[in-house]
Design a protein around this ligand. Structure first.
Ligand SMILES: Nc1ncnc2c1ncn2[C@@H]1O[C@H](COP(=O)(O)OP(=O)(O)OP(=O)(O)O)[C@@H](O)[C@H]1O
Ligand SMILES: [Mg+2]
Length: 216
């Protein structure tokens, strides 16, 4: 059975789809067989993949927004892949809760603002409840995304994440135009510009998540 990474937060637009695609491309390039399950009714991931550029080469993408089929679909993809990445919608919904319940690791993208932080706190409660329900520890990490500059607001958000036990990754992902270009062209930031700072940040984030996702 594959490892399951769920990218989730009930805050819209924090970069779930962007980070999901970027990490998928990174692990694909490092030799893993990857599938993506798009559980967002808006199907942003499917739209991105349908552009036919190199970003999704070799990655299977399946859409499923019927919450009652999510666990089954994750199981099916998991049987044939090394890693299943589940993209979720940017509002609290049952599909997201089911996905979290089968996750090995939940990645919660957070922007440096109070609303994003509060949603991350809510996500932690969802993950804690899912852990209790399934009687196992579901690992999670937050990651600061769309960081423009290292301002006091960024440091304050990061400190809060730490103090609240929300486990921020030491990698911060900057606000970089290459991510937006990639979604227009259907590419991945790694393919569009392999030596870009964005590409380096994604590689660093992926390596930081690997011990919790695949074991040390
Ligand atoms: N690090 C980044 N730098 C620049 N732009 C970014 C970055 N991350 C995300 N974006 C842009 O922000 C917007 C929202 O990102 P994305 O769609 O990935 O968020 P989301 O959490 O999946 O949104 P939703 O909740 O609607 O599903 C997109 O236009 C995307 O290109
Ligand atoms: Mg999305």
């Amino acid at each position: 059975m594959a490892n399951i990474l769920v990218v989730a937060t009930s805050k819209g637009g924090t970069g779930k789809t962007t980070l999901g695609v970027s990490l998928a491309a990174y692990w694909r390039d490092s030799g893993k067989k990857i599938a993506i399950l798009d559980t967002d009714p808006n199907q942003a991931m499917v739209r991105w993949a349908s552009k036919g550029a190199d970003g999704f080469r070799g990655i299977s993408v399946l859409a499923c927004s019927d919450e009652h089929s999510i666990i089954e679909k994750v199981g099916e993809l998991g049987a044939e892949n090394d890693l299943v990445i589940v993209d979720t919608a940017g509002f609290g919904n049952q599909a997201m809760i089911y996905a979290v319940a089968v996750a090995d690791l939940v990645l919660v993208p957070v922007m440096a603002d109070e609303a994003s932080l509060l949603e991350a706190v809510k996500m932690k409660k969802v993950i804690d409840s899912a852990s209790t329900l399934t009687r196992r520890e579901i690992a999670f990490r937050t990651v600061l995304n769309r960081v423009k500059r290292m301002t006091t607001v960024v440091r304050h958000t990061e400190r809060n994440l730490e103090q609240l036990g929300l486990r921020p990754a030491s990698t911060r992902v900057g606000d970089r135009v290459v991510f937006q270009e990639a979604s227009y062209h259907g590419g991945s930031p790694l393919n569009l510009s392999s030596n870009s700072v964005a590409g380096m940040e994604i590689r660093k984030l992926a390596r930081e998540l690997e011990p919790e996702l695949f074991g040390a």
